[in-house]
Ligand binder design. Structure first.
Ligand SMILES: [Zn+2]
Ligand SMILES: [Zn+2]
Length: 342
């Protein structure tokens, strides 16, 4: 089978690999599509550690092609989405209800140190495979995993009905945050520095979302909740918060550092929180909500697996990227299935 492999920093490559074998409690998935994530991007830029030689990708949908003897919940032919956040259920953190922070992750991070889904096939333990509702296309289902992440982080803000919400960064995660918030009637502003992404967000998101440049957002009133999806928490965000507000840091950058005026946390009652990846219940909720959320609206490009270099260039990763380093895409999917319409 074909697979997109992390050879080294700045060097993805397409390799011929054997179709992986599977254990009695595992499922072989014929991958239909994999979304390219900020994590894949960070791995290739050398900003996120990963095992050399690993197959990249973790946001995947496909059809069950084979199932181990002990598998009962899915059968060959079923359309599924993969939950790539494996956990052991045995370590202290899992037992404390924090499986997303499982202490036994080494060798179990899909597309990081365990072979991922940018390939014709992937093997997944049965309990991390979810059947897709009949009404959810592959194109939509490919965004279930980032949606789960968004749901967990929005919940961490403990949102209220009358919140004014600022989402910082209009990449796929910021855009998903805005989509979900707009759907539940929140007053949401999306702030973005990159002109290309401002234009894309205005085009793709519902009218209820105010999409502003970073300068415009600075004068747009005090938010009660801010979600930073950039990992670079702009210093002015904390100062701009309404009293009693909550800032959720969602983006991650290895070198991301912020200087926080501690007194403002005390005197103004500002909460600064991190939530990290989702719990299994968030993933199940994301599968369910995908029935009604038009997630595919954020997919701007679908390319065959072989054209991975072109796809990465659209996300300002490859040497082939324009010198400006700008973004010309929102969510990009790599596909091995002609049925996933371009
Ligand atoms: Zn991801
Ligand atoms: Zn664990």
């Amino acid at each position: 089978m074909k697979a997109v492999v992390f050879e080294d920093v700045g060097r993805p490559g397409i390799h011929d690999r054997a179709v992986p074998s599977f254990a009695p409690d595992e499922v072989l998935v014929r991958v239909a599509a994999t979304g390219i994530c900020g994590t894949d991007r960070a791995i290739l830029l050398g900003e996120y550690p990963a095992r050399r030689g690993v197959v990249l990708g973790h946001e995947a949908v496909g059809a069950v092609a084979g199932a181990g003897a002990g598998v009962g919940s899915v059968a060959p032919g079923d359309r599924v989405v993969i939950n790539p956040t494996y956990h052991c259920d045995r370590c202290r953190l899992c037992r404390r209800g924090l499986p997303a922070h499982c202490g036994a992750k080494a060798g179990r991070e899909v597309g990081v140190d365990r072979d991922g889904t940018m390939a014709d096939y992937a093997v997944v333990p049965e309990r991390f495979v979810h059947r897709l509702p009949a009404s959810v296309s592959y194109r939509r289902g490919a965004l279930v995993e980032p949606l789960a992440c968004v749901l967990n982080n929005l919940a961490a803000a403990r949102p209220r009905w009358d919140d004014r919400v600022l989402v910082v960064g209009a990449g796929p995660i910021g855009a998903l945050c805005a989509l979900v918030l707009a759907r539940r009637g929140a007053r949401v502003t999306l702030a973005e520095r990159d002109q290309g992404r401002v234009a894309l967000a205005r085009l793709l998101l519902p009218r209820a979302v105010r999409v502003l440049t970073a300068e415009e957002a600075a004068g747009a009133g005090r938010p009660d909740v801010a979600i930073d999806t950039t990992g670079a928490l702009p210093g002015d965000v904390l100062g701009a918060m309404a009293d009693g507000g909550t800032v959720v840091v969602m983006g991650e950058k290895e070198a991301g550092v912020a200087t926080v005026p501690l007194r403002s946390l005390v005197t103004r009652g500002i909460r600064l929180v991190g939530a990290g990846p989702y719990r299994p219940a968030d993933f199940a909720l994301a599968v369910d909500l995908a029935r009604e959320l038009p997630l595919e609206d954020l997919v701007t490009h679908v390319l065959p697996l072989e054209r991975y270099a072109e796809a990465l260039a659209m996300l300002a990763v490859a040497p082939a990227a324009p010198a400006t380093g700008g973004y010309s895409a929102m969510k990009v999917l790599l596909t091995t299935d002609e049925g996933v319409a371009p």
